[in-house]
Design a protein around this ligand. Structure first.
Ligand code: DAS
Length: 427
């Protein structure tokens, strides 16, 4: 009997037998099966002697929507799916990658999870994260609020990796005094691939939620390219720094909060100074749309800044300590300074972060910065440019203008590291 995608099979290769669910995988030279622990393995087709069908794939009747029964002794985690690679699975029929989750499908895809907690799973959206907009942050934040009202023990947001850092920062600002853990979890490899990181990221996030007293928003992703540990990363200080590596997410001007050893499930905290709630949850979910970000580069012209006339906020991703090409005697650069001054005069709040990413901006070292600071540009210390962008749009959506300027330079959710050590750099 020929094995088809979805069948439970035994693959005999050389002197090794592996059993699992056969995944559709025509295009590569390996046979991929999903093991019972949720992991996929690829076996070189040239080494495969036989594929034995153990059990034919049975078309699952549409899940009745009934939730898997709950174990009252276990905590409950709500998983809110927004899309991206992690929230995708293989449709055995078509071989296409679909993202459709229900609680029972989730348990089926990641069986290890049910040993850790009860799960309520809800589809919030079905999108790749490069399509996220401020309106989606509002939608996710209000879905989180509903789950908090249901008294869940923690929340996992599954999310595409490309803009996961922006969403983590946005939720950090929106959800003031949050008193449960909210972890954003992505995957660099979808669950149908041999090296998928989806299962381990979700398992580690669930272990962290159920075994620690952490509260607030954070990110859980692989700590290294190996499968030994996941990192819990600060929501406002983390950037995706690699297009494809599973450990793409790194803290910038900060350290990871904790690590979870996947084999032993041991949890090690590296710091505990994450913001603690001091009062009841306040959801401030407005954003000002007319906020932009511009990266400085050689050969700029003032019209690149004039474009932002009428915008309420602009983040300049400056060079070095927070510079822009504004120095005389170059007339073109004097014009840029004049454009920035006229933006500020017309009411646009202009903030400065550094494209170096590591280290902090400084408005008192070089003349350019001194003049920009004098002109009213707000220097954002060691804040990530993308966090500065999200923070400025959020402040403008929820606060009066004068407060915005003051709060932009203040540390609200760990976005400014007041104890930044010079040697905190790529090790
Ligand atoms: N396009 C990517 C995204 O949605 C897929 C991923 O990495 O999750 O961010």
């Amino acid at each position: 009997m020929t094995a088809k995608a979805g069948d439970r099979v035994k693959v005999i290769a050389d002197n090794d037998i592996k059993e699992g669910i056969l995944m559709p995988n025509e295009e590569t030279d390996s046979v991929v099966i999903k093991l019972d622990n949720g992991y996929n393995v690829g076996i070189d087709k040239k080494k495969v002697k036989e594929i034995k069908v153990v059990e034919k794939y049975k078309e699952k009747e549409e899940s009745t929507g009934k939730k898997p029964k709950k174990d009252s002794k276990k905590p409950t985690i709500a998983i809110l799916h927004t899309g991206g690679t992690i929230a995708s699975k293989v449709d055995y029929e078509t071989g296409g990658v679909i993202a459709k989750f229900s609680p029972s499908e989730l348990m089926e895809l990641f069986p290890e999870l049910k040993k850790i907690a009860n799960f309520d799973s809800r589809l919030i959206d079905q999108m790749l994260s490069e399509d996220m907009r401020f309106e989606h942050y509002k939608k996710i934040a209000n879905a989180i609020k509903k789950e908090i009202q249901k008294k869940v023990d923690g929340i996992i947001i599954t999310h595409g990796t490309d803009t996961l850092g922006y969403t983590a920062a946005a939720l950090s600002f929106i959800l003031e005094n949050i008193d449960i853990p909210v972890l954003l979890v992505g995957a660099q490899r979808s669950s149908d691939r041999g090296s998928s990181d989806a299962a381990m990221n979700l398992v580690c996030a669930s272990e962290f939620i159920t075994k620690t007293d952490f509260v607030g928003v954070a990110i859980c992703m692989h700590e290294s390219t190996g499968d030994n540990s996941c990192a819990i990363l600060p929501a406002t200080k983390t950037r995706k720094l690699h297009t494809s590596r599973r450990d793409a997410f790194k803290p910038v001007n900060d350290t990871i909060i904790a690590r979870i050893d996947y084999d032993t499930r041991k949890i090690e905290f590296l710091k505990k100074d994450y913001p603690k709630p001091n009062g009841k949850l306040v959801v401030k979910d407005k954003f000002e749309d007319k906020v932009g970000i511009i990266k400085c580069h050689p050969n700029m012209f003032c019209d690149q800044f004039d474009f932002f006339k009428g915008y309420k906020g602009l983040v300049i991703e400056g060079t070095g300590l927070g510079h822009a090409p504004v120095d005389p005697p170059n007339k073109l650069h004097v014009n840029i300074m004049d454009s920035i001054k006229s933006l500020i005069k017309s009411g646009t709040i202009v903030a400065m972060a550094s494209q170096c990413l590591f280290g902090e901006t400084h408005p008192h070292v070089y003349t350019a910065a001194i003049n920009l600071s004098k002109a009213g540009v707000v220097y954002c210390k060691d804040m990530l440019p993308e966090t500065a962008f999200v923070k400025l749009a959020w402040l403008l959506g929820n606060y009066k203008k004068d407060d915005v300027k003051k709060l932009m330079a203040e540390n609200l959710r760990g976005e400014i590291n007041e104890r930044l050590m010079k040697d905190e750099f790529l090790d």
